[in-house]
Design a protein around this ligand. Structure first.
Ligand code: ASP
Ligand code: MG
Length: 409
């Protein structure tokens, strides 16, 4: 007998029919003798609908009231799923976040879980009940309803699995696992049987939107065995997210190609090459709450240097404005930018023990005549910025160059 936390996303509970299907799947696991906690999202589209209603009234909705509003989406699905389970003859009980007492800080719309009172859930499980918990929501110490940020039901699932020391947290979604890259770009992308937490974090932060990144961080921190599966396929093991030390030897050096189109770059030309210059450029950008990703500073010549960095495309205009305002103070000759760029990265823990990955990557891109505009590396990732119009080609040639279409021997 195992204790399993299963999380079902919005499309998996998008209609009454689908909620009944989820109940069937849960029932199968229950019949095998497992203890099951189910975490559900709102029906697909519902959270957006609720946010839309709020915005029809207030252009910037009051955060406390917004959380009161959007948390109702999940309250609907827990009740319906509990009914569907009872209809199959199972014992079931639903809980909102505040009924469990998933205690968070008071940062409305992006609250962080602080602790979970899991005693009631344990009691219900021992009494043979399937426990159904609303994802995405909690309650602060003062009793206010909070939510965990878009996609936050993943984090609820993982946090409950950690608190209950579950044997596995299964995330059911509309894809059947984590792929070597997006199959819409590379049709022969393969589902990975396993991926490490660190690789998953890189893949997620690089734009593979299978799991909310916070849930992966949480799983890594509390060592929660996490599996991504399809809620539509009958069979399949999905992708298991593992710890590096558990990896077997046959793992490929590179696990996947991540990419992100939502990037823009800004270059500050002819700045004085002296201490404090990076701070003078990036300080105002940070003060405007703009996230900076890759940063490159050139070697100085004649006392001046150039400085380039990337930001999210949505924040490109704002970043340019901030820098133009600071240009005189920085002493820069010119500020230019390009919002038609994209980032591509090869990701794999095998890089730690293999040299030559970067040159393989650069050769593959060169052979297609793709110009690399920026490069950055970490222990397990090499990212490059390229012209947006070459993004798909770059992803395809890298997928091929690292043999990701072939099952590792
Ligand atoms: N319903 C919330 C959202 O749409 C949370 C989730 O689905 O994970 O973001
Ligand atoms: Mg999701």
């Amino acid at each position: 007998m195992a204790l399993i936390v299963q999380k079902y996303g919005g499309t998996s509970v998008g209609s009454v029919e689908r909620i009944k299907n989820v109940a069937q799947r849960v029932a199968k696991f229950k019949m095998l003798g497992h203890q099951i906690v189910v975490v559900v999202s709102a029906m697909s589209g519902e959270t957006n609908r609720l946010i839309g209603l709020a915005k029809d009234i207030q252009s910037t909705p009051d955060p406390r009231e917004l959380d009161v509003l959007v948390s109702t989406g999940e309250q609907v699905t827990i009740a319906l799923l509990a009914m569907a389970l009872k209809d199959l003859g199972l014992k079931a009980k639903s809980y909102t976040g505040s009924q469990v007492r998933i205690v968070t800080d008071d940062a409305y719309t992006k609250a962080r879980i602080q602790h979970i009172d899991e005693a009631n859930i344990r009691g219900d499980l021992e009494a043979g009940c399937v426990v159904v918990v609303a994802g995405f929501q909690g309650v602060d110490e003062a009793g206010n309803i909070t939510t965990l940020g878009r996609g936050g039901s993943d984090t609820t699932g993982v946090a409950l699995a950690a608190a209950l020391k579950a044997d596995e947290c299964q995330i059911y979604t509309d894809v059947d696992g984590v792929y070597t890259t997006d199959p819409r770009v590379v049709p022969d992308a393969r589902r990975l049987k396993t991926i490490t937490f660190e690789e998953m974090l890189e893949m997620a932060s690089q734009g593979s939107k299978v799991l909310q990144i916070r849930s992966v961080e949480f799983a890594g921190k509390y060592k929660v065995p996490l599996r991504v599966l399809s809620s539509f396929a009958e069979e399949g093991d999905g992708t298991l997210i593992t710890f590096e030390e558990d990896q077997n030897m046959e793992k490929a050096i590179i696990s996947g190609i991540a990419f992100n189109r939502d990037e823009a770059k800004i270059t500050v030309l002819g700045v004085p090459d002296r201490p404090g210059i990076a701070y003078q450029i990036l300080g105002p950008v940070a003060d405007a709450n703009i996230d900076v990703d890759m940063i490159i500073q050139n070697v100085g010549a004649d006392g001046a240097t150039d400085f380039t960095f990337t930001v999210h495309r949505n924040e490109y205009k704002k970043a340019l404005e901030v820098l133009h305002a600071a240009q005189a103070h920085i002493g820069a000759r010119e500020i230019t930018g390009d919002d038609k760029i994209a980032k591509v990265a090869v990701v794999g823990v095998g890089m730690r023990s293999h040299v030559g990955i970067a040159s393989d990557m650069f050769r593959a891109l060169a052979e297609e005549g793709i110009n690399i505009q920026m490069i950055s590396t970490s222990e397990i990732k090499i990212s490059v910025v390229v012209d947006e119009k070459y993004l798909e080609l770059a992803v395809r040639v890298l997928h091929k160059a690292f043999n990701l279409d072939q099952v590792p021997a």
